[in-house]
Design a protein around this ligand. Structure first.
Ligand code: GTP
Ligand code: NA
Ligand code: MG
Length: 446
């Protein structure tokens, strides 16, 4: 029952919700990967786009689709994970801006939490259609799990008490959602998917309800978003993450929504130093990062990693522009620099005398700066990628402290820092950095 419509691109589906609701675990189930288990502190700190192919979706939904007979026409679903921790609201905002459709993950036992509500507000302001994954049903007291089963089949094998317990919990969440102006209805009772977001009870651990979720997303996309997901030729491409990789140079994780990118394309990027013109050296598909030579060409919608010279200061969240024979470069440069002004308004650091902050990517630096601001920790200078001599020198002013997030400092530099009285605090979970910093301030006052 796959009959591809070549005019349609894959919809972008963003996964939002409170910390530990199970966003990454649900995506792992969908992508058949094991990402959540390998994350530092079990916390998602970045957004990444991966394509789930329609063949995989078809295979997972065979049994549930027997009764629906729904024809899948889209080439796949491009999923974007986002972090739930409060300090990453910038990444959640970015994810929700790019998405066509969303999954809001709610832990059935915790109900609506702070970042669930923040996520709902984001989705309401973007008017993005979304479904609610009511997750962790396997932990309803007495629940008998049926691995990878459609939810209704799973519900059938539960005792009456268990069904009642489940419904009580679901009703409580529905009431909480109503207070946020969300009229949520269990999807199997939903008559108006446009007005009422559907609830899909799920378990990321046992896979129950995952087939339902996987069928519902294409269904909603094909029914309500066909205009939006009709392919367009003009390139529409966003930078999600910027990294400096050892021995490779600067890489960009991008989301190509429409159009195509080719190896060798001339592009313009919005960087901290203004508009930068460069070339795409290598294109790595996010589904196959290991093939070092990459591919010649990609077509939207897809996530990919690009290797480009001079791209290390590119601002995450900005657009990537392709320069063609007809492009007016002067006009484009103006446009990009206007984008820069909006994008850097948050980087209001510079006030000498704070800490030096160094992170692996602009996305995480941005998150870290937000968090430090909220914690009243003054920032004197910033850096991206592994620190160098200059960074250590900058740190010997002011607080004599370097906060390093997800970067590596070499032993000679560590020694140099020690010699000039600079304390290094390194962690790969943002709020651990802040805790450590507070501890340091207390010991210094003593
Ligand atoms: P952040 O990215 O940190 O916001 O969290 P997240 O929403 O991605 O949650 P994550 O997938 O990291 O899951 C958090 C914890 O809940 C992990 O220990 C998971 O194993 C567990 N978990 C997730 N989904 C389920 C579920 O359906 N059932 C049970 N029993 N545990 C779950
Ligand atoms: Na987590
Ligand atoms: Mg996660």
């Amino acid at each position: 029952y796959v009959k591809l419509d070549s005019s349609l691109r894959s919809p972008v589906c963003c996964v939002l919700g409170h910390v530990d609701a199970g966003k990454t675990s649900i995506l792992d189930r969908i992508r058949r990967s094991r990402v959540a288990a390998g994350e530092a502190g079990g916390i998602t700190q970045q957004i990444a786009a991966t394509l789930v192919s329609i063949e995989d979706i078809a295979a997972e939904t065979v049994s549930i689709n027997r009764s629906h007979n729904f024809t899948l026409k889209i080439p796949g679903i491009l999923v974007i994970d986002t972090p739930g921790h409060e300090s990453f609201s910038n990444l959640r905002t970015r994810g929700s801006t790019l998405c066509d459709v969303a999954i809001l993950v709610v832990d059935i036992h915790s109900g609506l939490q702070m970042q669930t509500i923040e996520s709902i507000k984001l989705l309401q302001s973007k008017r993005a259609p979304f479904v609610i994954a009511l997750n962790k049903v396997d932990r309803v007291y007495g629940w008998k799990s049926v691995t990878n089963s459609p939810f209704k089949d799973s519900l059938k094998v539960q005792t009456e008490e268990v069904v009642q317990e489940f419904e009580k919990k679901m009703e409580a969440v529905i009431a909480e959602l109503a207070m946020q102006q969300v009229n949520a209805v269990p999807y199997y009772k939903n008559k108006d998917f446009r007005k009422c977001p559907a609830i899909v009870p799920t378990s990321a651990v046992t896979g129950e309800g995952i087939p339902d979720l996987l069928l519902l997303l294409p269904l909603l996309s094909q029914k309500f978003l066909s205009d939006r997901i009709t392919k367009r030729d003009a390139v529409e491409c966003n930078v999600l993450e910027v990294k400096v990789q050892d021995g490779v140079g600067s890489t960009l994780d991008v989301l190509l929504l429409n159009g195509s990118l080719n190896r060798g394309d001339k592009i313009m990027l919005c960087t901290l130093n203004g508009a930068v013109t460069t070339k795409i050296q290598t294109i790595l598909e996010s589904s196959n990062m290991k093939s070092a030579s990459g591919v010649q060409r990609i077509e939207g919608a897809i996530g990919a990693r690009l290797i480009c010279k001079g791209a290390e200061k590119t601002l995450a969240g900005t657009e990537l522009h392709v320069i063609g024979p007809k492009t007016n470069e002067v006009e484009l440069k103006k446009k990009v620099e206007a984008e820069l002004e909006t994008a850097t308004s948050y980087l209001s650091s510079g006030s000498n005398g704070g800490v030096h902050v160094q992170a692996s990517s602009l996305g995480s630096l941005e998150a870290l700066l937000d968090f430090l601001k909220a914690s009243d920790i003054p920032v004197g200078s910033i850096g991206i990628g592994d620190p160098n001599k200059k960074d250590v020198m900058k740190s010997s002013n002011g607080y004599k402290c370097m906060l390093l997030f997800d970067v590596h400092i070499s032993n000679p530099l560590r020694k140099m820092a020690e010699d000039s009285g600079v304390t290094i605090i390194a962690a790969d979970v943002i709020y651990h950095l802040c805790d450590e910093f507070r501890r340091l301030m207390r010991t210094r006052q003593m």
